[in-house]
Design a protein around this ligand. Structure first.
Ligand code: IPE
Ligand code: IPE
Ligand code: MG
Length: 242
């Protein structure tokens, strides 16, 4: 009998949660947790490449995170700027292709051009696809896709009968990216917080109690082990081994 290798997830999405609580436990300001979170992100990217993951999507700032105190928001924006300036060259050298999902409308132009540059510079890479969800909210993304499709119907390019799940997927920010196989959320909360609602229709969820700044290669490996034990049926009745 053929011994099939356990299926590795092609696409892992991560809700990097728990920075603030990690800092509070240490009597530090929340900003210290966000800073430590960037180091955890660097570890996660390396681990994903080691594990042969093809797509890694990280939730870095949600559409709802603007409701945090102004000082925290500007610290987070600053961290993003710094991460892009400091890390993109190195990511590029290691063959990482960066794609940013989320709304760029109303973002300050300096940030938009940093994001554009990161995408442009790394466009030809293929070792790992790093998808950064920034100013991202899944309902907002779906809303933009519906509006784009409505405009095509209005202009007569397509008719209402042409609207299908595939067409909707193609109009999302994640067009062309396979749906996540595995979603990991750190920090102990078991919710989706407006992340990839459409794309996670058949995604396996693994929740870990560790706060994001404590994320390691080993925690990642354990989540992959748990994924391998899952029986993905996609609505059918037996394990899909294809
Ligand atoms: C995740 O950590 C980082 C962002 C949402 C930007 P949090 O800042 O949400 O940390 P907790 O959940 O409050 O501990
Ligand atoms: C989700 O975490 C967003 C990111 C990790 C960027 P939140 O901390 O914002 O989510 P809630 O508020 O606990 O649902
Ligand atoms: Mg949180």
């Amino acid at each position: 009998m053929l011994n099939r290798p356990p299926a590795a997830p092609r696409h892992v999405a991560i809700i990097m949660d728990g920075n603030g609580r990690w800092a509070a436990r240490r009597g530090l300001p929340r900003s210290a947790g966000h800073k430590a979170g960037v180091d955890a992100l660097r570890r996660a990217v390396k681990a994903a490449a080691d594990f042969g993951v093809e797509y890694l999507t990280i939730y870095s700032f949600s559409s709802e995170n603007w409701s945090r105190p102004a000082a925290e928001v500007s610290f987070l924006l600053d961290l993003l700027r710094r991460f892009i300036r400091q890390d993109v060259a190195e990511l590029h050298r290691s063959g990482v292709k960066i794609t940013v999902v989320g709304s760029r409308a109303d973002l300050e132009p300096g940030i938009v051009s940093l994001l554009d540059d990161a995408e442009r510079m790394t466009r030809g890479n293929s070792k790992l696809n790093l998808i950064v969800a920034f100013n991202y909210g899944s309902r907002q993304e779906i809303g933009r896709a519906v509006a784009a499709i409505a405009r095509k119907v209005e202009s007569g390019d397509i008719s209402a009968a042409d609207i299908s799940p595939e067409l909707i997927s193609l109009n999302l920010d994640t067009a062309g990216i396979p749906d996540p196989d595995l979603l990991i959320r750190t920090g102990g909360e078991q919710r989706i917080s407006n992340f990839l609602l459409w794309q996670c229709a058949y995604t396996e969820f693994v929740f870990v109690d560790d706060f994001w700044p404590d994320f390691t290669h080993e925690i990642f490996a354990r989540a992959l082990d748990e994924f391998r034990l899952r029986d993905r049926r996609f609505g059918g009745i037996e394990a899909q081994t294809a």
